[in-house]
Every structure is written in structure tokens, then in C-alpha cells.
Design a binder for this molecule. Structure first.
Ligand code: FES
Length: 339
């Protein structure tokens, strides 16, 4: 049971209970409100309220500009209904979920540390873990306001395993809680899958994955899936990973567990912030990860299918390099904006 939400000017309606946001309820029922971050950062899910009432969970979400607020725009990922409502929003077919999101209880199994501030966390649900490589889940943490989006780093599986590479953020209360309070056996609520930057095996191009920081999580899911999929036989899969210092580079350990089928896996890493002493101990390139991609692929850049994730300056630099400087068609570029 829930409130009835009608999309103005269309035949679409869906029900939304007071625990769900308009966006998540719509996607669960196949109503294609566009979105990327599900977290108030990108602005893709803006709508106007025609009638009824909603509760705004984050009125100061960064995706809403002062102009949006003056015009009464709201974010479907940050609003819950408190009555039946009519909303005005542009529906888009590309937002149709391949797998409709659902809520699960997951039990925490433990984590392995990958660097001084990044670890891979492992959970298990009773139901199979159904998602597409590259997608993310919303985790609800006790005592922390608002769910947090974390991308899966493993591949879909019947046993119900969900893995996430998470970075401890000095100011982040969610990551601090996960690193210091979460105990083995604790049960959390997970809502998944979301996101559109997922692996498209049917596209017959070599694959380029680019990551920085915990953006490695969805990219590892894509690399793990592609290297185990016979449809990628004879294709090249590049993984470019950038860290600040040599201590951030954890790809050798992760990749040592992968046994590629016939696909060729090529991993290139760089560090961006090396002082003179570090440069002596690091034999690889010292540059930003987008520069590493450019140095490696050069004029061949328009030939590949791209998947990337990382901090805002990195994803913006990658986007600019691909689309503006190297004229890579937008359809060949897959990323979810979280900012
Ligand atoms: Fe709502 Fe990004 S999906 S702001």
C-alpha cells in the first residue's frame, strides 16, 4: 500500500509508501524517471509537484540550483510523498531498469584492507545478488541520515554475495561508521541495483576502464565480469588506475585473483602526487590517470568503449579528454555522475 503518484500528461502512475523516495518507487514499478546518482548530486531526477504534498529529505541537495528552487523544482531521489500526488517529469526510456531494484537484508561477513584507507567489504543476502557489473546499491546505516550509494565490486551471483570497495573519508560519517562500528554478523538494509554505467557485452569493441580512488569498485566489477565472459574472447580490456601515492595502488593484489579467459587484460597505473623521495621508489608514470590513458591510447581513443568512475576532478578531466579533445562519441562513454 502507498500513495498514488501520477505522472502528469501520461498514463503512468505508481504507488509509493512513506519509506520510499519517488524515484526508487517509480523504478521498482518500471516508471522511467531519469536518474544517475540517486543521492541528490546530479540533478537528473528533477520534477515539479503539480498537486499533493511531499517531504523533502534534503532541501539543500547540491543538485538544486537557486533558480531550480525559485521555480519549485525538486529531486525525485530526495522526496517522499505524504499524500497522493501529481508530478511533472520527463520520462526517458534509457532509465528503464534491466533489473528492477529491491530491498534486501544483508549480513556483514568481513572486510579486507586494500590500502591504508580503502577496503573491500563483503555482505551476503538470502536472495541471489542480481545486478549488472558496474551498478551500485543504496546502503542504509543505523544512526546515519540518508542512504549511501556504494558500487558493487564483485559480479552477480546466486549465493547472494555483495562486495564493495569503500574509501574511508576523513569527514565522512558513513565511511567512518563502516570502518569502525560495523561488526561481523551485523545486518543492514541494502536497496539495489541502480545505475546505468554497466557493462555492455554486446558492444563489440575493446574495453577501457578508468578509475581513481574507490571508483575502482564498479570498474573491478566490470573487469571481473568481462575477463570471465567468453563474449570478450580476443578483445582487449584495459584498466587504468590512478592514485595519489604508491600506497594507493592496490590493483596488483586484486588482479592477481583474476584468470582471464581469452580476453587480454592490460593494467596501467600512475601516481599523481609524488614528492622527490617517492619518485625514487616508484618506477611507473607520475601523472593524472586521464593523462596516462592519453599517453597509452593516443589517436586510437575513438575505437574503444569506456567505463569510468572516481572523484569529480578525475571524471570531469576524463570526460573532457574523451569527448572534447578526442571526439569519442557520447554513446561509447558510460559513467554515473555523483556530483
Ligand atoms: Fe536525483 Fe541524481 S538522481 S540528484
Amino acid at each position: 500500500m502507498g500513495y498514488k503518484i501520477t505522472v502528469d500528461g501520461s498514463d503512468n502512475e505508481f504507488s509509493c509508501d512513506d519509506r520510499d523516495t519517488l524515484l526508487r518507487a517509480a523504478l521498482r514499478q518500471g516508471v522511467t524517471i531519469p536518474y544517475e546518482c540517486n543521492s541528490g548530486g546530479c540533478g537528473s531526477c528533477k520534477f515539479e509537484l503539480v498537486s499533493g504534498e511531499v517531504e523533502d529529505l534534503w532541501p539543500d541537495a547540491p543538485a538544486l540550483t537557486p533558480r531550480d528552487k525559485r521555480k519549485g523544482k525538486k529531486l525525485a531521489c530526495q522526496c517522499r510523498p505524504v499524500s497522493d500526488a501529481v508530478i511533472k517529469v520527463r520520462l526517458e526510456d534509457h532509465a528503464a531498469p534491466e533489473i528492477r531494484p529491491n530491498r534486501f537484508k544483508v549480513r556483514y561477513l568481513g572486510r579486507r584492507d586494500l590500502t591504508a584507507d580503502m577496503a573491500e567489504f563483503r555482505f551476503q543476502s538470502d536472495a541471489p545478488a542480481r545486478f549488472l557489473p558496474g551498478q551500485f546499491a543504496m546502503l542504509s546505516l543505523p544512526g546515519i541520515q540518508g542512504d549511501r550509494a556504494y558500487s558493487m565490486s564483485n559480479i552477480p551471483n546466486e549465493a547472494g554475495y555483495w562486495q564493495f570497495i569503500i574509501k574511508r573519508m576523513p569527514e565522512g560519517n558513513a565511511s567512518t561508521w563502516l570502518f569502525s562500528e560495523l561488526k561481523e554478523g551485523d545486518v543492514l538494509e541494502l536497496d539495489a541495483p541502480y545505475g546505468q554505467a554497466y557493462l555492455r557485452p554486446e558492444i563489440e569493441r575493446d574495453v577501457v576502464c578508468i578509475a581513481g580512488g574507490s571508483g575502482l569498485s564498479p570498474v573491478m566489477s566490470i573487469v571481473r565480469a568481462a575477463t570471465g565472459d567468453s563474449r570478450f574472447a580476443d578483445r582487449k580490456i584495459y584498466l587504468f588506475y590512478g592514485g595519489r601515492t604508491p600506497g594507493d595502488i592496490c590493483t596488483p593484489e586484486l588482479l592477481s585473483e583474476i584468470e582471464p579467459l581469452d580476453a587480454q587484460l592490460i593494467c596501467e597505473t600512475a601516481i599523481s602526487d609524488a614528492d622527490a623521495a617517492t619518485r625514487e621508489s616508484w618506477e611507473g608514470p607520475c601523472c593524472f590517470v586521464h593523462e596516462l590513458v592519453e599517453q597509452t591510447l593516443g589517436d586510437r581513443m575513438p575505437e574503444f568503449e569506456y567505463y569510468f568512475c572516481g572523484p569529480a576532478p578525475m571524471t570531469e578531466a576524463v570526460q573532457r579528454m574523451l569527448m572534447i579533445e578526442h571526439k569519442v562519441p557520447f554513446e561509447q562513454i558510460h559513467f554515473d555522475r555523483f556530483f
